[in-house]
Structures are given as C-alpha cells and as structure tokens.
Design a protein around this ligand. Structure first.
Ligand code: OXD
Ligand code: MN
Length: 580
C-alpha cells in the first residue's frame, strides 16, 4: 500500500459525491499559480491591478453576502455535545453528514475539482502537519498557494497513510442559508460549503491549524494557539521571542511586524496569526508558524500604522473586497492618501465621499510572509523559536490596564481565561459589543474550553522556566472617549518592559490583578503623552473589576464541574485581594 493510498481513496469518494467535470492535483509551482491567475483574469474572478505600482497584484470581489467568518454556521461535530462545550455550536456527526451530503451532492458539476496537498509548518519540522483539501474554487487554490506549502512537500511529510487532515470544500450556491463549516475532530475531517471567504474556505487556517489542531495538540501534549510570534531584539543584539494572543482584527498583524519607535530595538516577525508550540526535551517551549503567508485586514493598514505591512503588499498580493482607484490601485479606509475621485467601492459600484466605507471593513490582503521586510531570518527554523513570554491582549475601552504581569503560570492562565473583547468586523454580527474571548480562542478552540484551560494548566509544570504571562490593552479610553495610549510603533515600549521583566530587570508595582509597571519603568522617552494619561492607562479600578469578576463568574458557571479548580481559585483570590 503506498503512502498516498488513503489520500487517493478519499479523493475518489469526494469526487463520487460532488461529481466534478475533472480532477486536478495542485503541485504548488509558480507555473500553476500563474495559470490559475490567468484563468481567473479571463473569467473575471480576479481583476488586474496597476502593474507598475502593484506588480502581480490582483483584486477579488467576493459575493456581497460572503465577507467574513460566519461563526453561527460553524460547528464542532464531536461525538458528544460536552466534548465541544458550551461555547461551541455542536452538531452530532451523523446529523452533520446527512445535512451536508445533499449540499455537496453534485455541487462540482461542470466545475473542476482541485486536490491541494498542503503542509502546515516549516519543511523538515517534526511539528509540521499535513492536510489535503479539495475545492472547486480557483481563488481558494491560489490563496492556499500563498498561505501554505502546497504540493509534494506536503505528502513527503506524512508519517503514515492516514496522517493527513481531510478538508472538503465547495462554493455550493454561496447562499448563507446553505452555508456550513463543520469540523469532525474524531475523524480529522472538515466539511465546508457555501462560502468562498477567508477562514471559512482556506481550510488550512482556522479549521485545520486551530480547531482540529487544538484537539490533536491536547491529545499529543502540545499547543495550537491563535497567536502571533515575534522576536524583540535589544541594543545588545539579544532576541527574546514572545507569542501574543489577540482577537481577530485587534492589531495582531500590526504588532507582529511593528517598526520600533525606540532606537536600538527591532521587532522580527515569525508569524501573525497562529502558533504551534511544543515542549522540547529541555522543557523549553518552542513555537513555529504553521502558515506561509499573511491574510491580513486591509483597513487602517498604512505607512503610519504598519509600515512593513504597507510595504509587503506592493507586489504578489491578492486583495479581496478593497476599493479600486481609477489608476488601478487598491484603496481602503486608513490607507493614508485621500480617496481619489472616480473610485469604485468593494462591490465595483461608483463611489463618492459620504457613501460609507469604500472598502469592506473586513477587506483583506493575502501575501507571502517572505515579503515582509521584518520577517525573521529564522522564521522557518524546523526547531521553532524559544518562547519566553506570552501576551494576552484584547480591545477594552475600560477596566483592563495597558499592561500587567501575572503572578505565576496558573494566574496567567486565569488572566487568559478572563479575557473579554469588543467585537470587530472580522466576524458577521454586531461590532463593538463586549464578548468573552478567552485566549482569543473562543471561535477557534475545537473542544470544551474548560478542558482547554486544563490543558494550559497542565503544561506549566512540564516547563523548566515557564514563560511569564502578560495582559495588554492598547484600546483603553478616557472619559471623553479618546485613546489613552498611542499604540502602533509605540507598543515597542510595552514589549521592552515585558522583556525586562522576563530578564528580571523591569520595575513593577503589585496590584490585586498582577504587576503593573512602576512609575518611570515604562520607557516614555520622547513620547509626549498628556499629563496623567499613563497613570490612567495603568489604573486598576476596584469597582470595574468587581463587576468584571461577576461577569466572569457567570461565564465560568456554564462549564459546571468541568471548570478547573485552579481557575476558580485565582478568581477567588483576585476578589480577596480587592477586599471584595
Ligand atoms: C483572521 C481572524 O482572519 O482571526 O485571522 O479572523
Ligand atoms: Mn486570526
């Protein structure tokens, strides 16, 4: 039996069900990418952009009802409802399959079916994993080329004939009524139908590298996290690697490639969205980025907010749902230059100021990671990079200070589990309401989150020097609604304090929720902050925390007896330290 016999058998079964006009195996070559692009330019799936200012860049306009991840249509089909837990949508595996079989049946008639073997993670790494995805969308194939390592390299990393995640994707009729994203963790299987957009359709990303991988990671003793990975280089040339969890569209990509405002400091990018983290033989956590590209939010990406991001999307980039200038350039809100006259909006309609956003708020760029000017020279190191600190960050106008440090590993896990955030346009639904988003994993954890907290807690004792854990919030506002902290390049000042704490140097004050920077400990040289802004940004408010702890209790309660006692203990100790 050959190594690919199971792959071929499964592909045959899918073809039997979906009835494609033909089957094409993707090899990941440049020639293949170019042919896909040519075909899509011909049938209008892609529009060319200005080849002088944006060489090899294209614009794709998705169906107007298919513009973001649809969490309400995303299900974990574990054997039991409890295994998925109260924060996931659950569907019984048999029910999922019988409901979707009808939608997949004949869905590829008259369309080619692509088979994409892809590798998540660097070539040659024991942490990397294989997936095989079938799809009837050429846009998805081209995007997978950018976001993953496609072709023979993937099949070469299979450890046995069954060692691959199966992903079946069809555009269906793109109707939200008939859109489902189902995960069968017990069968290493993903079924996605009815959407061609981002995390719903590029199955290597959220479906495989987070939802399915998080289940495998727990079983196998590693971690699959919704985290960027960066290295902060100090003036002596030492690099400390940090991994940071932040909810979708909350500045994770910007932070991953931030240009330092502090002379002598430099940030190196290893990943901007997902980290696979293993404990090595020495008890050190090591992280790889399973992806090969960035699928970033375009609005507010500019030479000011993210100079490296703005530079990397000037070639070889697929833009989705941005606006188009008359000279064939992409445009979005916050790009910097004013909107020129005669623009088309993200749906291709003539646009004028006052018409509302020209680019969709969740419009995206898809670009090879290698093009990022700050990409770390060792970003594809098969051994991964050693992680010495974790950061949990979310969007909170109130309550959560700019930065603080957990007392110890268990307390840090509690802080991660306590994270709430204001929602953004990355998911369909209301924007700006606070929702609980522990470790930024609420949409991405493929199993019961109480067990996920338990897995984090169990990992700490396996580590020789557990990374220190920090909480950040760049988004705190004053009473007038103004941001208290300038963010972007200035966030390096926070990273600097974090690394100083890791090295045992940074000064801190103890508060009931952890250690905040002592007066003068945050480097604010040449930073003209309004008087008291830093104090206000770091303030720990007893009344606000009292309410937050109540909200948290209600959130934890839904997990019943499954919730680890260490989390409840940290909750109770916080209340006690506040004298509540
Ligand atoms: C993303 C997301 O696309 O989190 O990374 O939505
Ligand atoms: Mn993400």
């Amino acid at each position: 039996m050959s190594l690919t016999s199971q792959v071929e058998k499964w592909v045959d079964e899918v073809a039997e069900l979906t009835g494609p006009a033909k089957i094409a195996w993707a090899d990941g070559s440049k020639g293949e990418y170019d042919r896909l692009v040519d075909d899509m330019l011909r049938d209008g799936t892609l529009l060319p952009l200005n080849s002088r200012t944006y060489p090899n860049c294209y614009l794709h306009r998705s169906h107007p009802s298919d513009v973001a991840r649809t969490e309400q249509l995303t299900f974990i089909c574990s054997r039991s409802r409890d295994a998925a837990g109260p924060t996931n949508n659950w569907m019984a595996p048999d029910e999922g399959k019988s409901r979707l079989t009808g939608l997949f049946s004949g869905s590829m008639k008259n369309r080619p079916m692509w088979v994409i073997p892809y590798l998540m993670g660097p070539a040659g790494s024991s942490m990397s994993r294989v997936g095989v995805m079938v799809t009837d969308s050429a846009y998805v194939v081209a995007s997978m080329h950018i976001m993953t390592r496609v072709g023979a390299v993937a099949l070469e990393h299979m450890r046995d004939a069954d060692d691959f995640i199966r992903g079946m994707h069809s555009l269906g009729d793109l109707s939200p009524e008939r859109r489902f994203i189902l995960h069968f963790p017990d069968e290493k299987l993903i079924w996605s139908v009815g959407s061609g957009y981002g995390g719903n359709a590029l199955l290597g990303k959220k479906c495989h590298a987070l939802r399915i991988a998080s289940v495998q990671a727990r079983q196998e003793g590693w971690m699959a996290e919704h985290m960027l990975i960066l290295g902060l280089e100090d003036p002596e040339g030492r690099i400390a690697y940090l991994a940071a969890a932040m909810p979708s569209a909350s500045g994770k990509t910007n932070l991953a490639m931030v240009v330092s405002s502090l002379p002598g400091y430099r940030v190196w990018t290893v990943g901007d969205d997902i980290a696979w983290i293993h404990v090595d033989k020495q008890g050190q956590l090591r992280a790889t980025n399973p992806e090969r590209g960035f699928f970033g939010v375009a609005p507010n990406t500019s030479a000011k907010t993210n100079p490296n991001g703005a530079a990397m999307v000037r070639s070889n980039t697929i833009f989705t749902n941005v606006a188009l200038t008359p000279t064939g350039e992409p445009w979005w809100e916050g790009i910097g230059p004013e909107a020129p006259a005669g623009m088309l909006d993200w749906q291709g309609r003539p646009w004028k100021p006052g018409d509302g956003p020209a680019a969709h708020p969740n419009s995206r760029f898809t670009v090879p990671a290698q093009q990022c000017p700050s990409i770390a020279p060792n970003w594809e190191d098969p051994e991964g990079v050693p992680i010495s600190g974790f950061i949990f960050g979310s969007r909170r106008a109130r309550v959560v200070p700019l930065v603080f440090e957990a007392f110890d590993w268990d307390h840090g896990v509690f802080l991660g589990s306590a994270m709430g955030t204001e929602t953004t346009a990355a998911i369909t639904g209301q924007v700006g309401v606070v929702r609980r988003d522990p470790m930024a994993m609420i949409p991405f954890c493929g199993y019961n989150m109480a067990d996920y907290f338990g897995h984090w807690l169990a990992t700490g004792p396996r580590l020789k020097n557990p990374p220190k854990i920090f909480r950040v919030n760049w988004f705190r506002r004053d009473a007038g609604g103004r941001f208290l902290w300038p963010g972007y390049g200035e966030n390096v000042r926070i990273l600097k304090w974090i690394v100083e704490r890791i090295q045992g140097r940074g000064k801190a004050l103890e508060t009931p929720i952890g250690h905040v920077p002592a007066p003068g400990a945050l480097d604010d040289s040449r930073l003209a902050l309004p008087a008291d802004a830093l104090d206000a940004a770091l303030h720990v408010d007893r009344d606000e925390w009292s309410r937050a702890l109540d909200e948290l209790r209600a959130f934890y309660d839904q997990f019943g007896g499954r919730m680890p006692t260490a989390i409840w203990k940290a909750h109770a100790e916080t209340a006690r330290r506040f004298g509540l």
